[in-house]
Ligand binder design. Structure first.
Ligand SMILES: C[S@@+](CC[C@H](N)C(=O)[O-])C[C@H]1O[C@@H](n2cnc3c(N)ncnc32)[C@H](O)[C@@H]1O
Length: 169
């Protein structure tokens, strides 16, 4: 749980009870734009939960993270991209898309990995471009996803197939 046995204390730690969320992930070092924070590791599982990260186009493509990355919250203006596009799990990683200062919350855009979330929520990221309800990419227009960038390619593909009426998930 939060605060116990941190997995990457020199990079980030989970913090309980500060700000908007019960648990959030905070940087313990500064990261430059495009710097890789950490590998995304865990075990594949068929069940999708609010704590899994989708790692491919199928309903069964889910990853139960085995690190403090599991505490990363969603933001509509995130400071990281979770690149799970490569076929090899060993290449999956979290990359900074903004400069991240020590103490900043580390966030990512959940619909960049999640097609249809198990547990949608009303977003509390408080950013100017907040989308409000976050339920996964399936519930967003593909044009919106395209314009913002930082979306895994298989999510973009599902979104285009949905536009063409070819996906029923
Ligand atoms: C994997 S957990 C992230 C850590 C979580 N904050 C915790 O306390 O365990 C994902 C859950 O955090 C909450 N969450 C994450 N980002 C959020 C946001 N921007 N607005 C509201 N709730 C959010 C939602 O309940 C979501 O299902």
């Amino acid at each position: 749980m939060s605060g116990q046995n941190p997995t990457h204390p020199d990079l980030f730690v989970s913090v309980a009870g500060t700000g908007e969320f019960s648990i959030s992930l905070r940087a313990t070092k500064r990261f430059e734009i495009n710097e890789i924070l950490a590998a995304v590791t865990g075990s594949r599982q068929a069940e999708r939960t609010y704590q899994t990260v989708q790692c491919g186009p199928a309903q069964e493509d889910n990853l139960q993270l085995d690190s403090d990355l599991v505490y990363a919250n969603h933001s509509c203006e995130p400071n990281t991209f979770w690149d799970l596009t490569s076929h090899g799990i060993s290449e999956w990683h979290v990359r900074a898309v903004k400069t991240i200062e020590v103490g900043d919350e580390i966030t990512f855009f959940y619909p960049s990995t999640e097609w249809d979330m198990e547990q949608p929520f009303n977003c509390r990221c408080r950013t100017a471009s907040c989308l409000g309800h976050i339920a996964g990419a399936k519930h967003l227009a593909s044009s919106k996803l395209e314009n913002r960038g930082g979306i895994n390619t298989w999510i973009m593909r599902l979104s285009e197939e949905k536009d063409e009426g070819r996906v029923e998930q």
